[in-house]
Design a protein around this ligand. Sequence first.
Ligand code: ATP
Length: 183
Amino acid sequence: MRRGIFGGTFDPPHVGHVAAARAAVAALALDRVLFVPAGLPPQKHGHAPAEDRYRMTALAIAGEPTFEVSRIELDRPGPSYTVDTLRALAGADALFFICGADAIRDLTTWHEWEELPRLAHFVGVTRPGVDRPQVPYATYVPMDGVDVSSTEIRARVAAGLPIDGMVTPAVATYIHEHRLYLG
Ligand code: ATP
């Protein structure tokens, strides 16, 4: 099995995340993609609680039969280091860790980063406004840029602006019903 792993804060999950996972599936013939919301993001401050980010991720990928969401980083105490997640998932499957060009650029700041390319193939997707750093530990797959970020969505919600088209309708409803990101 060829398995994609897509780690992120997903605060909230948006259409750029789903597009990135679809691009990786198409380019690399992946059988499944596991979305892994960080329980305690080591380098970011989680705005919404981890359980809400997990539930929103499940809503964002509902109806995509090859996508699933994992609780692995919610159920493991301490900072959610990717190296620990990849070690836990190592087994018979070939693992492909999907990330945006910004994450590829910053990978050398991640905990035990030298181990990461030994545990999974690192797959980059382009992200508008970010160069594609050419690094020995990652390859890129083609993707039409989707210019959206969780930061922008949180700011729009706090300002009372619509977020249609940036997240799925189910995620938008969840954000509003749980009064997330109001600042
Ligand atoms: P924030 O704005 O809060 O920093 P984000 O939009 O970057 O969040 P994350 O959950 O931190 O979202 O991202 C998880 C992974 O998805 C990262 O590897 C990131 O590079 C990638 N990613 C996020 N948005 C896009 C996008 N629009 N296009 C391509 N990759 C993306």
